[in-house]
Write a protein that binds this ligand. Structure first.
Ligand code: ZN
Length: 338
């Protein structure tokens, strides 16, 4: 993919007379002649989120399935037996205090979800890494934001279904589309990004994520078929063991922050939202992140967390067994009472 990207770039450079554009960008260049992809392609004001974007709108975005099906996908490398199943946390050796913040950007048919710039802007300002699980439809309906998130080395991108369907009830054909067309939507945004003139010679372009290797089931719902389909597609099924409860309108920022801090442990995977469905998420992070830093935690992506230890994997899904549904409710209730 990278080689193909450079070919596209080379064509772009010749065709669009990039030299002039590059000269303009050089005002932000470092002494080495390079700047990060993000600062090369967007000004600070273009990166900053707006209040209006946080809102979900009822307008249905047209999903160009033909364009998604036309994307050349990398050959899947099925997941080995040991990591098949849903991963809820990571067992770390020694005393390493690593934790993975994750945010879902869900979008289903019939609406356009928001973009929570308050969350993303704060993570950038604090230089905190996070993993974003993004629906394919969200990528398609937020083209500029998708490119920015992919360009930012702080963020790892995972899939979250094409249109946020219930994987536990999906047929084999639907599972296939939900998984592979989401990766196609990611690649469409990535291909646009690397074809931009500003990406030429930018720092970080050679290490840009070039495929989707993580997946989060919408609602956390799955079954054996869904787990197998995700693993066969070469993606790890990532769940969570720390619930922020951020979609609950009755939860204050303080309560959400308390939930994160009280449940935090080395190797934890925390779930929140960055599509405007999280209420008070950014304000909660402004309390929880400094507190966790004070406690010695370092924020890493899910892949970095996995590389540092052993995944805690189950063959079940959160809502597959009656106890699981109750457990999630109990965690949320406990969080509220702290
Ligand atoms: Zn979701």
């Amino acid at each position: 993919m990278i080689r193909r990207g450079w070919m596209l770039l080379a064509i772009g450079v010749v065709a669009t007379g990039i030299a002039l554009a590059y000269a303009g960008d050089s005002a932000r260049a470092t002494a080495t002649g390079e700047t990060s992809l993000l600062s090369r392609c967007w000004s600070e004001s273009a990166l900053a989120g707006t209040e209006k974007e946080r809102r979900t709108s009822p307008n249905s975005t047209h999903l160009d399935l033909d364009a998604l099906r036309a994307v050349a996908l990398p050959k899947p490398v099925p997941i080995s037996t040991v990591s098949r199943g849903s991963i809820r946390s990571v067992k770390l050796p020694g005393n390493e205090k690593l934790i993975a913040l994750t945010f879902d950007l869900c979008e289903s048919n019939g609406r356009k979800s928001g973009y929570d710039g308050h969350v993303i802007d704060y993570l950038r300002a604090e230089d905190v890494k996070a993993t974003l699980f993004v629906s394919g439809k969200w990528f398609e309906s937020h083209p500029a934001r998708a490119e920015q998130l992919i360009a930012d080395p702080r963020f790892e991108i995972g899939g979250h279904g094409l249109i946020h369907r219930d994987f536990s009830k999906a047929s084999t054909a639907v599972l296939h589309d939900e998984i592979y067309l989401t990766e196609a939507a990611f690649l469409r945004a990535r291909n646009r990004l690397i074809a931009k003139s500003c990406a030429w010679n930018a720092e970080g372009i050679s290490t840009l994520q070039d495929r989707v290797t993580l997946m989060r089931f919408p609602y956390g719902w799955c079954n054996a078929n869904a787990l197998a389909a995700v693993a066969d597609a070469g993606q790890l099924a990532i769940q969570w063991d720390v619930v922020t409860g951020d979609p609950d309108p009755h939860l204050s920022a303080k309560r959400i922050a308390q939930a994160i801090v009280m449940q935090a442990h080395p190797g934890a995977i925390v779930i929140g939202h960055a599509n405007g469905h999280g209420r008070n998420t950014a304000e909660a992070l402004k309390i929880a992140i400094p507190e966790l830093k004070k406690e010695g935690y370092r924020f890493v992506t899910v892949s970095e967390l996995l590389a540092a230890g052993e995944p805690v994997t189950t063959q079940s899904c959160y809502t597959e067994h009656p106890g699981d549904r109750k457990r999630v409710a109990q965690v949320k209730k406990r969080s509220r009472s702290k």
